[in-house]
Structures are given as C-alpha cells and as structure tokens.
Write a new protein. Structure first.
Ligand code: RP5
Length: 168
C-alpha cells in the first residue's frame, strides 16, 4: 500500500458526511490519503503526536475539519511546518460561524489556510491539497486542468439550458 501524502483529520466522526467529498477527490486524482478522528480537545495527546510525526512520516499536506470551537487545525499547525488546511464544520446553534472564526483567526506566524464551511470546504480542501502536490507532480497538474475543463463544460451546458428559458 502506498504511503499517504495527505492526512484528513476530523474532530469527530460526525464530521465525516461533510468530508466524504474530499475522500472522493483524492480517489479521483489517485492521491494516497489517510483519514483519522483526532480532536484537539478530546484527544489532545493524539493530536500532538500526529502533528509531531507528520512530516517525518512523509505527509505533505494536512487537512483538519472541526466544528464548534474548532481548534484542531490551529493546534496541528502549531506543531508542524507542513501546510495545514482548515475546514470549518457547521454545527448548531451557530451553523459554522463559530468554527469559521476559530479556524481562520490564527495569530501571525502560525497560518492555517481556511476553506469554506461544510461540504464545499471539504471538497475544496482536497482540491487545494492536490494543487500543492501538483507543484512537483506534472501528472497531477494535468489532471487538475482536466478537472477544470469538465467544470467549464458543465457550466456551459447549464448556460444553454437556462438561456433556452429566456423569453426574448
Ligand atoms: C467538534 O465538535 C467536532 O469536530 C464536531 O464538528 C463537533 C461536534 O462533535 P460531536 O459531538 O458530534 O462528536 O469537535
């Protein structure tokens, strides 16, 4: 089995539905990834151990999804210089605004690249990770261009369908 290049951490198994899209992107692009439930609050030792060993294990990017007081991405970023991508999860009663601010408002010096809240952020985190890996992988870079071409084709098809409804 290939060594993982990307890790997807989530604070709880309840975050999994929002992160399934990321798994799908990694499958589509053939990127080996590992997925874990690690919490900055419930399993802080595991979070520290993960972050401390991530680079030497050959990981290149770490995606951290968490909701509520979402400290996972920041806690991991504090202990590794690997790029850390944060995905805020939407939970009641604040529907992700809490997690967004907790993830994005890192103090200067320890950055977390923060994606949008929920499923869109989950997918984009994986695409962003692929972009990082593509810097040193021409095959991945070509696949990314192909992915964008398909998006554009679908948007053009949608434009045809919707513009056909115009009454002028
Ligand atoms: C966060 O608290 C998790 O990332 C999750 O988004 C949220 C709720 O967790 P559960 O109570 O569903 O396990 O730490």
């Amino acid at each position: 089995m290939a060594s993982p290049e990307v890790a997807v951490l989530m604070g709880s198994e309840s975050d999994l539905p929002a992160m399934e899209g990321a798994f799908g992107i990694f499958e589509e692009f053939g990127v080996p990834f590992e997925a874990r439930v690690i919490s900055a609050h419930r399993t802080p030792e595991a979070a520290a151990e993960f972050a401390d060993s991530a680079a030497e294990r050959g990981l290149k990017v770490v995606v951290c999804a968490a909701g509520m007081a979402a400290h996972l991405a920041g806690a991991v970023a504090a202990r590794t210089t690997l790029p850390v991508l944060g995905v805020p999860m939407s939970c009641p009663p604040f529907d992700g605004m809490d997690a967004l601010l907790s993830t994005v408002q890192m103090p200067p010096g320890i950055p977390v690249a923060t994606l949008s809240v929920g499923k869109a952020g989950g997918r984009n985190s994986a695409l962003f990770a692929v972009s990082i890996l593509a810097l040193s992988n021409a095959e991945l870079a070509e696949k990314l261009k192909g992915y964008r071409r398909v998006l554009a084709e679908k948007a053009a098809e949608a434009d045809e369908r919707v513009s056909a409804r115009s009454n002028v």
